[in-house]
Write a protein that binds this ligand. Sequence first.
Ligand code: HEC
Length: 98
Amino acid sequence: MGEQVFKRCVACHTIDKGGRNGIGPNLHGVVGAAVAAKPDFSYSGAMKAKGGVWDAATLDTYLEAPMKALPGTRMAFAGVIDAADRKALILYLEAHSK
Ligand code: HEC
């Protein structure tokens, strides 16, 4: 189910290990990683200033409404409104963070 939801992200993100950055950074290993940690991706000032670590809680807040949760983010995506969809999506990201 998370894989289905991730289809909304693939226009901009890859998830495979060592995958290329697209419009957004490769997301392999993002769960548990510091925010804005991919050295070869050019993040917005807002993302670089955010700080902290991506965990289930911070991802849930961000992915519900990225541009509201982090004003100034360059991720032009409205959000995953459905809480169950977000939960499945975050499990999918977690499974690709090992
Ligand atoms: C229209 C393109 C686009 C779409 C669609 C998109 N993103 Fe992004 N995403 C970006 C960009 C660009 C950034 C970098 C944002 C910044 O620097 O402010 C980003 C950043 C992120 C980050 C932070 C990564 C880090 O290294 O700190 C996460 C997590 C993320 N996106 C998850 C998702 C997920 C999950 C989806 C699907 C539900 C999604 N994105 C859909 C473009 C997109």
